[in-house]
Design a protein around this ligand. Structure first.
Ligand code: NDP
Length: 445
């Protein structure tokens, strides 16, 4: 049995109930199999077995009181996956679907993604099954304070630096930071995505969406093409989708869809800057539903549906995992879509991803295309350590440079391993190799 198959068989037996985690590991190990053949010494030190086991998992109770005086209890987590390349680093997700499997998948992905950024960042993920939907600001604050009351003893600017993810934006990071500062009695760069007045970096809110578009531009530029004039289908309407659309508009593309967990809107005239400003107010201030866009601008709304049947040149899944299934991939290909760049983490099911690879379209997996968020978090950490604040232009320039470097290393790895232009393989190989070689150098720990 090959080394990869042996490790997967062991993991499928041991973590049989963790479907998302197994899916993420299956995908990565499939892609890196040629590396294992070239570097048989990895097997001797049980490198894969170590890599798929988080260094530490912390689970805790989060008690809080709602506005009606009722006692509520949620479950909190931090999965500290790998500190091989630097302090643990990865977001916090507040969503009812959060469980250990989801956070282990995200922490595993994060380790390879952070490696790709070329920065010194380990991998982690955390969060809670708390549902911020319909909660008042006060309830969110009380929840965040209770969550941090336990988490604070496990994190620190040189230990573990969490950030946002689904359900955790600027508001939540503010409440979490306030409570950390109070308990630890120190003002430090313990979280990223902070407000710019108190240690945050310019461009961090925009970074994941902008970075995704920069990555798409790099892929197209390699084929002497650009995004100008291209019709783009975008899913989600949160942080990544909003700034992805903003950058698409800047580069002359035409985004025509947005979604949330209830359905999607299709605006054939294109979502322009004014309409995007409406979405930002709707989602970030009023915390309303995307359906209201359809009523406001008199366009079609598809309840309970995803936008992948809409004809497009490029697709940007920016909502959540497993949101793009095999029939959706077939529809995209049939309708002429030639580029898919993932803003979300693992939005494409494996069968759909294989269709994209087989069709030879430009397909960028999340660990490459959405790495701009964590890369800019890395820049926020650097600014915090140096006690400086770089300008918007400076951070944006560095973000762009990092996305170019990520593209280059994923592309180069695809060439080195004889699968030129296969970014799924290239990103996994490049991310894996850096972590693996560092693990070998650091000994059997
Ligand atoms: P937000 O919470 O800002 O937005 C999430 C969006 O996705 C919302 O429109 C939400 O709709 C929708 N969504 C969430 N869960 C589901 C679901 N189960 N089914 C359908 N739609 C859903 O999160 P982000 O924009 O920050 O994150 C989006 C994706 O990008 C995630 O996969 C995240 O891991 C990834 N990512 C984010 C980074 C960041 O910097 N923020 C960095 C790298 C990756 P609704 O309002 O109805 O819940």
């Amino acid at each position: 049995m090959s080394y990869k198959d042996e490790v997967l068989a062991y993991l499928h037996q041991k973590d049989a109930h963790e479907s998302e985690f197994l899916q993420a590991v299956d995908e990565a190990l499939d892609a890196i199999e040629p590396v294992l053949e070239r570097k048989p010494h990895y097997r001797k030190t049980r490198l894969l077995e170590r890599m798929v086991e988080p260094e530490r998992v912390i689970m805790f109770r989060v008690p809080w009181i709602d506005d009606n005086g009722n006692c509520q209890v949620n479950r909190g987590y931090r999965v500290q996956f790998s500190s091989t390349l630097g302090p643990y680093k990865g977001g916090l997700r507040f969503h009812p679907t959060v469980n250990l499997s989801v956070l282990k998948f995200l922490g595993f992905e994060q380790t390879l993604k952070n490696s790709l950024t070329t920065l010194n960042l380990g991998g982690a993920k955390g969060g809670s099954d708390f549902d911020p939907r319909g909660k008042s600001d006060d309830e969110v604050m009380r929840f965040c304070q209770s969550f941090m009351s336990e988490l604070f003893r496990h994190i620190g600017p040189h230990i573990d630096v969490p950030a946002g993810d689904i359900g955790v934006g600027g508001r939540e990071i503010g409440y979490l930071f306030g409570q950390y500062k109070r308990l630890a009695n120190e003002f430090s760069g313990v979280l990223t995505g902070k407000g710019v007045q108190w240690g945050g970096s310019l461009v961090r809110p925009e970074a994941t969406g902008y970075g995704m578009v920069y990555f798409a531009q790099e892929m197209l530029a390699a084929h002497k093409d650009s995004l100008a004039g291209k019709t783009c289908v975008v899913s989600g309407s949160g942080n990544v989708a909003q700034y992805g659309v903003q950058k698409l508009l800047e580069v002359g593309a035409k985004p025509v869809t947005l979604s949330d967990s209830d359905g999607f809107i299709h605006d054939p005239d294109g979502i322009d800057e004014d309409k995007l400003a409406y979405v930002m107010e709707l989602k970030n201030v009023r915390r309303g539903r995307i359906k209201e866009y359809a009523e406001r601008f008199d366009v079609a709304y598809y309840e309970g549906k995803k936008p992948w049947d809409i004809p497009c040149d490029a697709a940007f899944p920016c909502a959540t995992q497993n949101e793009l299934c095999e029939p959706s991939a077939q529809a995209l290909l049939r309708n002429g879509c030639r580029l898919v760049a993932e803003g979300a983490n693992m939005p494409t099911v494996p069968e759909a991803a294989h269709l994209f690879v087989k069709a030879g379209i430009l397909y960028a997996p999340g660990k490459a295309a959405n790495a701009g968020g964590v890369a800019t978090s890395g820049l926020e950490m650097t600014q915090n350590s140096m006690r400086v604040s770089w300008s918007f232009e400076e951070v944006d320039k560095r973000l762009r440079g990092l996305m170019q470097a990520i593209h280059e290393s994923a592309y180069r790895a695809s060439v080195d391993y004889g699968v030129r232009g296969n970014y799924l393989a290239g990103a996994n190989i490049a991310g894996f190799t850096r972590v693996a070689d560092a693990m070998v150098e650091q000994g059997f720990v």
